[in-house]
Design a protein around this ligand. Structure first.
Ligand code: FPP
Length: 252
């Protein structure tokens, strides 16, 4: 992945600057092959490996992946354990390769429930890659949009209690500065694979004006041509942000 600093480059509106993905369909992919569900998740990691360099090649500087939701704890404990092992081993084994390719890794979510080993792997990966600029990869782990809004509200409530800010001075920018995504631009494009048409408690505030794309392809089968098809569709869409088409033409 050979790309210069894309995060500060000026952006053609036909290219998404930030893509957020729900990688759904791993379990069904595995079932279709007569394999255990974890085999689908392992294959899903391979898809991530293929998509990362494509972001570099297509000039996309921010990619956020929903790897484990707040609600995924409700799965059978054996699957949760295997998913945790997969997340830990993937982070530990891939981080040097990511670093060599200029990837900055961030993790968002409530990390308090994770093992010390996984939290260490996350801390070390974030510290190692913090000056990288080619691609900003964010993994959402034990993440939920409601959790994110609630933790932001709590931290603002503390500021109000301390007298650092008045309730009247609370703006969207203040709230955004307290969200776990405060270092990221808002997603331009959201992709959910696997056929379901839901946001599933992902980036609830941040997706307000994001273009939504739902693919029937299971995540393990999602490949370069699927990715390019989504990018082509994105380039064809007109983003109006509440304005009329006529207003947008008069600005252009
Ligand atoms: C949803 O498919 C997928 C998940 C809950 C886990 C996704 C995690 C990975 C691909 C691992 C990524 C790890 C790194 C470090 C990038 P599902 O199990 O809900 O599939 P189903 O709807 O077919 O049952």
């Amino acid at each position: 992945m050979n790309v210069s600093d894309l995060s500060t480059a000026s952006f053609p509106s036909s290219t998404p600057r930030h893509i957020a993905v729900i990688m759904d369909g791993n379990g069904r992919w595995a079932k279709r092959q007569g394999m255990p569900r974890i085999a689908g998740h392992r294959k899903g990691v391979e898809t991530v490996r293929k998509i990362l360099p494509l972001c570099g090649k297509r000039g996309i500087p921010y990619l956020t992946l929903f790897a484990f939701s707040s609600e995924n704890w409700a799965r059978p404990s054996s699957e949760v354990r295997l998913l945790m092992d997969l997340l830990t081993s993937t982070l530990e084994n891939e981080i040097l390769g990511l670093h060599e390719n200029g990837v900055r890794l961030r993790v968002i979510g409530d990390l308090t429930r994770f093992s010390g080993r996984l939290r260490n792997a996350i801390g070390e990966a974030e510290a190692l890659t913090r000056n990288n600029r080619a691609l900003n990869l964010t993994l959402a782990i034990n993440y939920g949009g409601r959790w994110d809004l609630l933790q932001a509200c709590r931290s603002i409530a503390e500021l109000v209690e301390q007298g650092s800010i008045s309730a009247a001075a609370l703006t969207p920018a203040v709230l955004e500065s307290r969200l776990s995504t405060h270092e990221l631009p808002e997603p331009d494009l959201f992709i959910r694979t696997g056929g379901e048409k839901r946001i599933s408690n992902f980036l609830l505030w941040q997706l307000a004006y994001t273009e939504l794309y739902f693919s029937d392809t299971y995540w393990p089968d999602f490949n370069e041509s699927c990715f390019d098809a989504v990018l082509e569709e994105f380039a064809r869409r007109q983003r109006r942000f509440g304005k009329t088409s006529a207003q947008l033409k008069s600005i252009a």
